[in-house]
Design a protein around this ligand. Structure first.
Ligand code: FES
Length: 380
């Protein structure tokens, strides 16, 4: 049973606080300036941002763009990390072709300079503030196309913190599948002695057992004994498939690294479902009827949810709110919003940090109301 209506912000106290932010869920038409082949199955795509949209597309290292494209008559939304640094003056993403991936296949085989893509403005929290501590040490673990946001983080951090030191552990099948190999070599030369790149190859012998195989928890423990002091690292950045991240995160914590120092970005959800919190173990009240208000770009949409059959995101879309989303699988974070009143529980969460959850943020594609009245804002 669905009842919904919309009203403008001026009618509500909630939306007065939202201020003059640019539209949260809007897609902007951007022209493709260049499609550059990086490896056999990966391209990087440079986007042209018109003068009047430059401010909207300012980004922080490690952020991503969400694209929308109709392919084969069906709307497809996908998020891809920016590989450029905000200091480069370029907006460039890398897209690796995945088997059966509609957008990635299109981008690798059909997309050309001059084409148009619809993109949301940059978002994501895979970064730490820079310039706050002298002589910081950083470590990144990336697998395959997980190098994309790490590339942006590396370039920015090395430039912005002239006395920092960075270790990159980068896992691939063989040297041909290493994305940005030359660029990494150039960076090593440019930041001589401050950037160490360790390639870990699963199907190629580099003459070292340590550097052969898969990037996992065991390797991470060995690297922590050989290449860096785990307790002296300001931030760890992990990017790749869910299993790799879980493994390495576990290994780092076993070595005494505080969870707050480990930042990660998943490219796919792990095979095992991970509840968003221990709270989730409790049964949700199936009889609960919740009056939900969703705020987006200072507009309110009101609707009723009952039976916990749909998520807040799907219910909001059904109610006509143009709320942002991409993966609908708890990974990309595009659907992030803040609970301003009432409560909601998430089914899974691979994208929000613990502090964000404590502050009231939820992934609306995973959220079900647990109180009779819930107010959720995408503007926060
Ligand atoms: S849409 Fe990707 S996390 Fe919700």
């Amino acid at each position: 049973m669905w009842n919904f209506f919309k009203k403008r912000s001026s009618e509500s106290d909630w939306t007065k606080a939202a201020g003059q932010k640019s539209e949260t869920s809007a897609f902007h038409r951007l022209h493709v300036k260049e499609v550059r082949r990086e490896t056999e199955d990966c391209v990087s795509v440079l986007l042209d941002v018109p003068e009047e949209q430059q401010t909207d597309f300012h980004f922080i290292q490690g952020q991503y763009l969400t694209f929308k494209k109709t392919i084969g008559g069906e709307e497809v939304r996908r998020s891809y990390s920016l590989c450029s640094s905000p200091l480069d003056g370029e907006l460039r993403v890398a897209i690796k072709e995945v088997k059966g991936g509609r957008f990635s296949t299109f981008a690798n085989r059909e997309l050309q300079a001059g084409d148009e893509l619809e993109s949301m403005t940059p978002r994501g929290s895979f970064h730490v503030p820079l310039g706050t501590e002298a002589g910081s040490q950083y470590v990144a673990f990336a697998s395959g196309s997980g190098i994309t946001p790490v590339m942006s983080i590396l370039r920015t951090t090395l430039k912005q913190e002239p006395d920092c030191h960075f270790h990159l552990f980068y896992g691939n099948r063989n040297s041909q599948s290493v994305i940005f190999r030359e660029m990494l070599d150039d960076l090593k030369n440019e930041f001589m002695g401050r950037l160490e790149v360790h390639h870990i190859l699963s199907r190629e012998d580099q003459g070292s057992d340590l550097l052969k195989g898969r990037l996992d928890g065991e390797k991470c423990m060995a690297f922590g004994k050989t290449f860096f002091d785990p307790s002296g690292i300001r931030a760890y950045f992990l990017c790749g498939p869910g299993e790799m991240i879980e493994n390495i995160q576990g290994a780092l914590q076993n070595m005494g690294v505080a969870k707050e120092r480990i930042h990660y970005e998943l490219f796919s959800a792990p095979s095992a479902k991970k509840p968003a919190s221990e709270k989730k173990e409790k049964q949700l009240d199936k009889k609960l009827k919740a009056q939900v208000t969703v705020i987006l770009d200072s507009d309110e949409t009101h609707f009723e949810m009952s039976g916990n059959r749909k998520t807040v995101l799907d219910a909001a879309l059904d109610a006509g709110a143009d709320v942002p989303f991409a993966c609908k699988g708890a990974v990309c974070c595009t659907c992030r919003a803040k609970v301003l009143e009432g409560t909601a529980d998430m089914e899974m969460n691979y994208a929000l940090e613990d502090e964000e959850v404590e502050e009231g943020y939820i992934l609306t594609c995973q959220a079900l109301p647990t109180s009779e009245k819930v107010v959720i804002s995408y503007d926060e």
